[in-house]
Design a protein around this ligand. Structure first.
Ligand code: C2O
Ligand code: CU
Ligand code: CU
Length: 467
């Protein structure tokens, strides 16, 4: 069941039938004066000072610039990609989410090691309402690239795919050392529907109920017609004399696994999805499942491209690689200027001597209705219970013909045979992976789920309670 990339055709019968106040304001403001124009191809940067960052994110359907015209998107603060939130370990991050959408939404800080009572995937913000999330970022939060997005069961894929995404960058002292020798850009990659009429219908039911897509799309995961980076067809990175180009990349697509490659003189990876590696590693390519992030140094001029990969069978390429970012020719090639040691959490959960409190086997089942341990998500059922302060080993076994990127909230994990910390682990068809999870610091109830968000929306999600 191979599939061409792209959404089913969306019929434009409601063209401009309903224009939100935000969109009207942006239209009146015109290009350049509204918040829709990201400076230099970057989302707006909001930086914590004095240990605090307080922001308001207003979720709405808006028109955003695209090519020489506009397209419809779901946006935070009217921009194609939400602002980048830059914080430090120990900071307090307070986000007021205002919902101007037609349906409920919510906010999740994907990958942050924060209290699940605050980062609560069961809390919904109804249309017209707001909620303030106050996150105390722990001192032991790993530096790295994280992101935020809605977490509304049955609506997550639609809202994320439509553009409700933004990056969170946690910076520590390594960032100062890196900033002296490299630029610092954010590349949020997604593949939204490119629509010139508002497709969400405002309750008119044009897309049907539930997750709003047909069975086939729900099974394979929705994809858009092309990859966008920060809302554009690839971005130009700065040319800063003598500096290397460094990028934080977020795979914010709802279903598209990507293989990143660089045509310049070399590419080094500084971080796994969940935090920094102890030293930069030279690589040919990096694979990012939906939800995953990386931090790269791109040496010499060239193009960073993303090759979409199939979620089925051998997981091979689908369509052509697309340009994510371009580094100008003449850019530095001198990787010796980079620090050779990065601040990293070097604990090894697989080391001899690590006490494993429990070994579990978790099965991934199904094709049309993928599930975890044969059960579909029920917010009132606790599927897994674990004890705070323990390390568990999970053997995740797939009985399914698809690649499933499995994501655990709150607690960091390590994948056997893979360096660094992860919060997403991809399980290939009929394969098994072994992970160890450190249930530290927080008790509480949250979820694990497939980050092909149509799978999450159709029930490939389980509740975990840590006491
Ligand atoms: Cu990025 Cu539960 O999600
Ligand atoms: Cu998450
Ligand atoms: Cu899945």
């Amino acid at each position: 069941m191979e599939k061409a990339r792209g959404y089913p055709e969306i019929v434009s019968i409601h063209r401009f039938a309903r224009v939100l106040p935000t969109a009207v304001a942006l239209l009146l403001a015109g290009c350049g004066t509204g918040p829709t124009t990201a400076m230099g191809g970057q989302p707006v940067d909001l930086i914590a000072t004095g240990g605090r960052l307080a922001v308001t994110l207003t979720a709405a359907e808006s028109m955003v610039p695209y090519h020489s015209g506009t397209r419809w998107a779901m946006t935070y603060n009217g921009t194609a990609i939400g602002p980048t939130l830059r914080v430090h370990p120990g900071d307090q991050l307070s986000i007021t989410l205002v919902n101007h959408l037609a349906k409920p939404t919510s906010l999740h800080t994907h990958g942050l090691h924060v209290d699940p009572a605050v980062d609560n995937p069961f809390l919904m913000v109804d249309p017209g309402k707001s909620h303030t999330y106050t996150y105390d970022i722990p001192r032991d939060q790993q530096a790295g690239t994280f992101w935020y997005h809605p977490h509304v069961h049955e609506l997550t894929a639609e809202q994320v795919a439509s553009g409700l995404v933004g990056a969170i960058v946690v910076q520590d002292e390594t960032d100062d050392a890196l900033a002296a020798v490299s630029t610092d850009s954010v590349l949020v990659v997604n593949d939204p529907p490119l629509v010139t009429a508002n497709p969400w219908g405002r309750g008119m039911g044009m897309m049907g109920g539930g997750s709003g897509v047909d069975m086939m799309t729900a099974t394979l995961g929705r994809t858009g017609p092309r990859l966008l980076t920060n809302g554009q067809d690839g971005v130009a990175l700065p040319s800063t004399t003598g500096k290397l180009d460094r990028v934080h990349v977020v795979n914010a697509t709802s279903s598209t696994r990507l293989r990143l490659s660089y045509s310049g003189s070399a590419m080094q990876v500084l971080a796994a999805t969940g935090g920094r590696l102890p030293a930069p590693v030279t690589v040919d390519s990096v694979e990012l499942a939906p939800g995953e992030r990386t931090e790269l140094v791109l040496a010499g001029g060239g193009q960073l491209t993303g090759q979409p990969l199939s979620n089925e069978r051998d997981g091979g390429p689908v369509g052509n690689a697309e340009v994510i970012a371009t580094v100008p020719s003449g850019a530095s090639t001198d990787l010796t200027t980079l620090p050779t040691a990065l601040t990293a959490d070097t604990r090894d959960l697989f080391a001899a001597g690590v006490k494993v409190a429990k070994i579990r086997t978790i099965t991934l089942d199904g094709h049309m209705n993928p599930s975890i341990d044969g059960r579909l998500f029920d917010p009132n059922v606790v599927n897994f219970e674990a004890a705070k302060g323990t390390v568990e080993e999970w053997r995740i076994v797939s009985n399914s013909p698809m690649h499933h990127p499995i994501h655990l909230h709150t607690w960091p994990m390590q994948v056997q045979g893979r360096p660094g910390w992860q919060d997403v682990v991809t399980v290939a068809p009929y394969q098994q992976v072994v992970v160890r999870v450190a249930f530290e610091d927080f008790a509480g109830t949250t979820v694990l789920h497939c980050h092909i968000l149509d799978h999450e929306d159709t029930g490939m999600m389980a509740v975990i309670k840590v006491t």
